[in-house]
Design a protein around this ligand. Structure first.
Ligand SMILES: Cc1cc2nc3c(=O)[nH]c(=O)nc-3n(C[C@H](O)[C@H](O)[C@H](O)COP(=O)(O)O)c2cc1C
Length: 346
């Protein structure tokens, strides 16, 4: 057994995989091809249901099953109006792990997943919520730092990991956000994580169906290019989403300014103004991922985008991460005897 096998044994056991590397669900990106590639490479692929209806999810799960016999999960957004029907689809397909994202899940959703025998994975954005989620039935937690791509919370993984990993031992905890190399994976496992979740690096994988221009933007970008969406005025909240700065993000600021003016002049009610701001990005992730409009679309990406330097097959990404983690561990081990030797000599 090598060091990693030992460090992430709990995570592998929970997921039923060879490595405790989860492919974070990414709307439009995490579909049958990427999900099956991650699972076939020894990781744990997760389908992003996003706004799919039950029939579409049903078809996506069937198609993924046709491409892999390995375990994979399904990520559902808690505010989806058909959440319970989507859970039923997962149950019919005997999906082993359901991830509920986008807020604290309702008791009904938690019960529906758990009664089916599937394992429930929830996102914990703070220690108090982590404890509450475990009490209400979560079998594992993901803690996702603000370095991540997509919708983000306010706290970095560095801090969340220190707050949560030393305290939560009841369930496996997977860490996400900003992870691009194996050295970081090793460090979080040593801090007590059971596994990791990566999104950005897999979005640019060969098997990802994201448009060539989307992947090329990832290869070009530096960490500093992946920025959270900016809220112009306290009156009109903007849900922070991390993505690559482009014409779309600049236009969003101009749109907020114009909408604010229309509200101040009495042309728009507060509700209408808020809706107009929320609707600005409707369909924008699809435009970037599928149509390749990386200028006007929403190019969601984590700060780890700076570590995407090429379009690689999923298996190569996973092998690279493991190689880096193992090399870092070996280097540390090699230092231990020298320190011991010195202290014996003294
Ligand atoms: C393009 C993109 C779309 C995403 N969509 C979702 C989503 O639909 N649901 C979700 O729970 N997380 C979503 N995420 C977050 C990922 O699942 C994952 O937690 C995150 O990417 C991890 O951080 P990293 O990008 O630094 O690896 C998305 C991330 C990206 C980059």
């Amino acid at each position: 057994m090598n060091a990693l096998d030992h460090l992430w044994a709990r995570g592998c056991d929970f997921l039923g995989t060879k490595t405790a590397i989860m492919g974070g669900a990414m709307s439009w990106v995490s579909e049958r091809h990427l999900v099956s590639a991650i699972s076939n490479a020894g990781g744990f692929g997760v389908i992003a249901c996003g706004s799919m209806n039950p029939a579409l999810l049903d078809a996506e799960i069937s198609a993924t099953k046709a491409l892999t016999g390995k375990p994979f999960g399904v990520n559902l957004i808690t505010m989806h109006p058909q959440l319970l029907e989507l859970i039923e689809v997962c149950i019919r397909h005997e999906i082993g792990h359901v991830v509920l994202a986008g807020g604290v899940p309702s008791g009904a959703a938690v019960r529906a997943v758990r009664d089916s025998g599937a394992k429930l994975v929830c996102f914990a954005p703070a220690l108090v919520l982590a404890k509450r989620l475990i009490k209400s039935g979560a079998d594992a937690l993901v803690i996702e730092g603000s370095e991540a791509g997509g919708h983000i919370g306010p706290v970095s993984l560095t801090v969340l990991a220190q707050e949560i990993l030393p305290v939560i031992r009841e369930v496996p905890v997977f860490v996400a956000g900003g992870i691009g190399r194996g050295e970081a994976i090793l460090a979080f496992l040593e801090m007590g994580a059971s596994g990791v979740q990566l999104g950005t690096r897999f979005a640019a994988a060969t098997e990802s169906i994201a448009h060539e221009k989307f992947k090329a933007a990832f290869v070009r970008a530096n960490a500093r290019d992946a920025v959270p969406s900016v809220q112009l005025d306290a009156l009109f909240p903007v849900i922070p989403v991390r993505g690559l700065a482009n014409e779309g993000t600049r236009n969003f600021l101009a749109h907020q300014a114009a909408t604010l003016k229309r509200f101040q002049s009495g042309e728009l009610t507060k509700e209408a103004a808020q809706l107009s701001i929320e609707h600005f990005w409707a369909g924008a992730l699809r435009r970037a991922v599928i149509d390749g409009d990386v200028e006007q679309g929403s190019v969601m990406a984590g700060q780890s985008v700076g570590m995407v330097t090429a379009i690689q097959p999923v298996a190569a990404i996973i092998a690279e991460l493991i190689g880096q983690a193992e090399a870092a561990h070996a280097a540390r081990q090699a230092q231990v005897p020298r320190t011991d030797a010195r202290s014996h000599a003294a």
